[in-house]
Design a protein around this ligand. Structure first.
Ligand code: HEM
Length: 222
């Protein structure tokens, strides 16, 4: 038996709110859990997993969830405030990512190890380069007059879709980092699987949010 339309939409909104709450918990829980085996400060390397988890799990996810209609902590604030918080968090995420990349590269140099030779290292480098370009693209959106031949709607659509690609790349790098020898020997069994679920869950929630806000709506408007 089909549910009445109103009950169905209420159920859909409740499910979206519940998955949003789970995404907030995963975004914050992941760096906290990575900090346990890394023990920040115990070595130069220890800062790399923590800074990257903070950048791509906590800061970047929160920067995107700010726009969620159901689970944004700033739901009652204006779009202008949300945009400011979004770019401030993204800038902070980029700074953490650049610092994390600098630290791991310098640590490898100190230990005489080859650079960017694993899938994680290569994907990670691509992710940080992509995130830097995405932030530069965001500046264009703050000053749309810089791109005279593009409408603001088009700029927003491209920024959101390319941002989603960058976010998914970040999640893939986090997951590949969790496949590294260091992590698989530090975290084992069910804990490893639970941690793997964190970026999977947040990426599903963010994909759903961006698709609903831009892709489905734009297509149905044409
Ligand atoms: C999106 C987040 C991340 C990015 C962008 C990233 C980026 C990188 C890059 C570029 C390298 C290679 C550096 C070089 O060869 O000079 C690297 C190495 C490494 N990372 Fe990450 N990382 C991230 C998250 C993590 C996490 C969460 C962990 C641990 C759970 C981790 C563990 C490692 C380890 C053990 C190495 C050394 C071995 C290797 O080169 O694969 N990373 N990372």
């Amino acid at each position: 038996m089909a549910l009445p339309a109103e009950a169905e939409s209420r159920l859909y909104r409740a499910l979206r709110a519940a998955s949003g709450a789970a995404a907030h918990a995963a975004a914050l829980g992941f760096p906290a859990a990575v900090a346990l085996p890394a023990r920040p400060g115990s070595s130069l390397f220890s800062w790399h997993p923590l800074l990257m988890a903070l950048a791509f799990s906590f800061l970047m996810t929160e920067a995107l969830l700010v726009f969620s209609p159901e689970s944004s902590p700033l739901r009652s604030f204006s779009r202008k405030v949300k945009v400011r918080v979004h770019w401030a968090l993204q800038l902070l995420a980029l700074l953490c990512a650049l610092l994390g990349l600098g630290i791991i590269s310098y640590n490898k140099h100190l230990n005489g190890k080859a650079h960017f030779v694993t899938w994680h290292g290569l994907t990670g480098l691509l992710t940080v380069l992509y995130a830097s370009m995405q932030c530069a693209g965001g500046v264009v959106l703050l000053y749309p007059k810089l791109m005279k031949n593009w409408t603001l709607a088009k700029l927003k659509l491209y920024h959101a879709t390319s941002g989603l690609v960058g976010y998914l790349l970040g999640c893939a790098s986090l997951m590949l980092g969790m496949c590294s020898l260091w992590f698989t020997t530090s975290v084992t069994g069910i804990s490893w699987y639970l941690l793997m679920l964190c970026p999977i869950l947040t990426s599903l929630v963010i994909m759903n949010q961006v698709s609903n806000a831009y892709l489905y709506r734009k297509r149905s408007q044409h």
